[in-house]
Every structure is written in C-alpha cells, then in structure tokens.
Design a protein around this ligand. Structure first.
Ligand code: IMP
Ligand code: MG
Length: 180
C-alpha cells in the first residue's frame, strides 16, 4: 500500500480493510452476545461512522429485530477537535425503554460521546452502550470509555473508512495515519 496526500499532508497506511473487517466481526459478535433484547436501536453518529455502521449492522444480523437510525454531530475542524460539539441533526426516534447502541467512528477527547450519552439518557432508554471502531485512550478528557472498541490507537490523526480531513478521504477502504 502507498502513502496518500490530502491538503499537502502525507498519510501512511495504518490499518488494512482485512484488519478492519476482522475487528468489525468481533465487535458485532460481542454486541450480539450482550444484547438483552432482540430489537436494539443502533444510532449511527454521522458523518464519520456511516461506513463502520453499515458493516457493523450487517454483521449483527443475528439480532433479528434490530433497527438503525442516524444523528449528526460535528466537533472537528482540520486535524483537531474544537472542544465544542454542534448538533446538526437530532434524534427523531422514541428510545424509551429501548436498548441503544451508539455507533461512532472514533472516540478522541470523549466530548461527543459524553454529550450524546447525556442527551440519550434524558429520554429514558433501557440501556446505552457505545461501539466505536477506533479509540484514542490517551486523548480521553471526559466520560467513560466506550464499551466496544475495534482498535485502541495512539493519539494521532487518522483518515479513511469514513473518517475525513475536512470532508475528504472518507472513501478510502483502508485507514491511514498522518506522517509525523
Ligand atoms: P471527540 O468528541 O473529541 O471524542 O471526537 C469525536 C469526533 O471527532 C469523532 O467522531 C470524529 O468524527 C472526529 N475525530 C476524532 N479524531 C479523529 C481523527 O483522527 N480523524 C478524523 N476524525 C476524527
Ligand atoms: Mg464521529
């Protein structure tokens, strides 16, 4: 695999599509194992998580009555967090007494996850757990670690498989890391 460039920055291969698929299957199996009900609601946090959510949801087909919905939050500009989370598209579904699985692409400072959990808890779900493809434990500033993690990674900037640099690079099938 070759390096890729966006906005004058060079990124090197980091996780292959095969490695990603393997962890997606493992995380899906953990969710299936842990679900108390057959109809959990997966909540995909747009935009970054759309690709992971599609693969994860398919891999969890054993949950015969599972549903998926979408919300949109934004916190990143360029290669770093602004520290503030904007809700661009809110939740329209009734989650009362529902088992909820939040699907994130990456947990970095944890600000988005924290705000999201608070917002969801206010609607009295049965439970809320978070599945994230990537987790940077060294960057976590607030809240609890995600319950399901594809990969724990160092605090470096990542693109591909849904993750972007100002909107670009989401369509890469593999994941790349910013070269230092
Ligand atoms: P947090 O609120 O700081 O945990 O950041 C969460 C959001 O920031 C993620 O859902 C991503 O959309 C974005 N983000 C965090 N780290 C990266 C990265 O390395 N590459 C691309 N987006 C990122
Ligand atoms: Mg995200």
């Amino acid at each position: 695999m070759q390096d890729v460039s966006f906005q004058g920055m060079t990124f090197e291969p980091y996780l292959t599509r095969e490695q990603i698929a393997e962890q997606v299957s493992r995380v899906a199996a953990e969710i299936v194992r842990d679900c108390a009900t057959q109809n959990p609601l997966f909540i995909c946090v747009l935009n970054g998580a759309f690709m992971f959510a599609a693969d994860l949801f398919r891999a969890a087909a054993q949950l015969t009555n599972a549903e998926i919905t979408f919300i949109r939050f934004k916190s990143y500009e360029g290669t770093s967090s602004t520290g503030k989370v904007r809700e661009i598209m809110g939740l329209t579904d009734d989650i009362t007494n529902r088992e909820v699985i939040i699907v994130e692409d990456i947990v970095d400072t944890g600000v988005t996850a924290f705000q999201l959990r608070q917002m969801l808890q206010a609607n009295r779900p049965k439970s809320v757990r978070m599945a994230t493809l990537l987790y940077k434990p060294g960057s976590l500033k607030i809240g609890t670690p995600p319950e399901y993690v594809g990969f724990e990674i160092p605090s470096k900037f990542i693109i591909g498989y849904g993750l972007d640099l100002d909107g670009e690079a989401r369509n890469l099938s593999d994941i790349y890391v910013l070269k230092s």
